[in-house]
Design a protein around this ligand. Structure first.
Ligand SMILES: Nc1ncnc2c1ncn2[C@@H]1O[C@H](COP(=O)(O)OP(=O)(O)OP(=O)(O)O)[C@@H](O)[C@H]1O
Length: 304
């Protein structure tokens, strides 16, 4: 079944086209990444998915329920962790989670609330007032709140922005477990390493349009080859190797270059040529292409 069906969604803020006809299908059980630079339209799309913002055109369905015409049913299937920390400061953590359960008509939800708190390392803060929590702890509650009704679809809008390593690990462990148990997860993040580690498929948005949509594996494959980074204390790159330069870098000691290589055998050839030319290599590094390289290429050139 399709977990989230986004069909030709358009959204305009006065003269600004925030979303220019976005279509995407996210299947049940996927771990999906929604990536893009600031202002690409990710949060606008998520707020439309969450039913908090209306599209000017197009539609979104969660497990077949339209987020506008069938809002209540769609909302039950969905847990959204928003980017901004907004809370009622007068309640404790447990009260906040009970209230949220009540919003979904769930009574006697304490066993699950306890489990969620335990998995997010919140148990010892259960009776603490929200206003007394640190930012990172508040973010944990925000995640817990999104999960109180065990939604089959979980959407996280930059859940790790400004949080420490410990929370990241706790959060990813729990979210991965939920994904393994069948929950669909949609994630936006500016930490591309995180997206590369977690997401099986990604969409990249630019100025409100989908500019790439593919599995992580084939996106990574699309960018050809790796790079050999050499730092030379003596000599310089021979002319016949200059066409391999991806970007010259400045180095305090000697000359530093990143060279494009398509297969490892080429490393040997390059080193041989450098030796023949009298260059002395001080430092050398082999770097695999990663999601960040692809992201930069797609955002700059529109394709890889
Ligand atoms: N309520 C609003 N009124 C007017 N313009 C808005 C509003 N919300 C968003 N925008 C604009 O719409 C565009 C898309 O914003 P959006 O927040 O969806 O991007 P984003 O991809 O989530 O960015 P970020 O990575 O910075 O969170 C931006 O140009 C933004 O300034």
């Amino acid at each position: 079944m399709t977990a989230i069906q986004i069909s030709n969604v358009e959204k305009r803020y006065k003269s600004l086209q925030a979303l220019g006809g976005v279509s995407l299908n996210i299947e049940e059980g996927e771990f999906f990444g929604l990536l893009g630079p600031n202002g690409a339209g990710k949060t606008t799309l998520i707020s439309i998915i969450a039913g908090l913002n209306r599209p000017d055109n197009g539609s979104v369905k969660i497990h077949g329920h339209d987020v506008v015409s069938d809002f209540r049913a769609a909302r039950k299937k969905l847990g959204v962790v928003p980017q901004e920390l907004v809370f009622d400061p007068f309640f404790t953590v447990r009260e906040t989670l009970r209230l949220q359960s009540g919003y979904f008509g769930l009574k006697n939800n304490d066993a699950w609330i306890d489990e969620v708190m335990h998995n997010l390392d919140l148990t010892n803060k259960a009776d603490t007032n929200m206003r007394a929590l640190s930012g990172g702890m508040k973010r944990r509650v925000l995640v817990a709140q999104a999960l109180v009704h065990k939604p089959p679809v979980i959407v996280l809008d930059e859940p790790t922005a400004g949080v420490d390593v410990e929370l990241r690990q706790t959060l990813w462990k729990f979210i991965s477990r939920l994904n393994r148990e069948g929950h669909t997860v949609v994630l936006t993040t500016h930490y591309l390493e995180e997206a590369q580690a977690m997401c099986k498929r990604v969409a990249m948005l630019k100025l409100g349009k989908v500019v790439a949509l593919d599995s992580m594996a084939s996106l990574i494959r699309r960018i050809s080859g790796s790079q050999l980074i050499v730092n030379m204390t003596h000599g310089d790159l021979p002319d016949d190797l200059r066409s391999l330069i991806t970007h010259p870098e400045t180095s305090e000691h000697g000359k530093k270059y990143s060279l494009r290589i398509n297969e490892y055998a080429e490393v040997e050839q390059i080193l041989k040529r450098l030796r023949e030319s009298g260059a002395i290599i001080d430092e050398m590094q082999l770097q695999q292409a990663d999601l960040e390289d692809i992201f930069i290429q797609i955002m700059e050139k529109g394709t890889v």
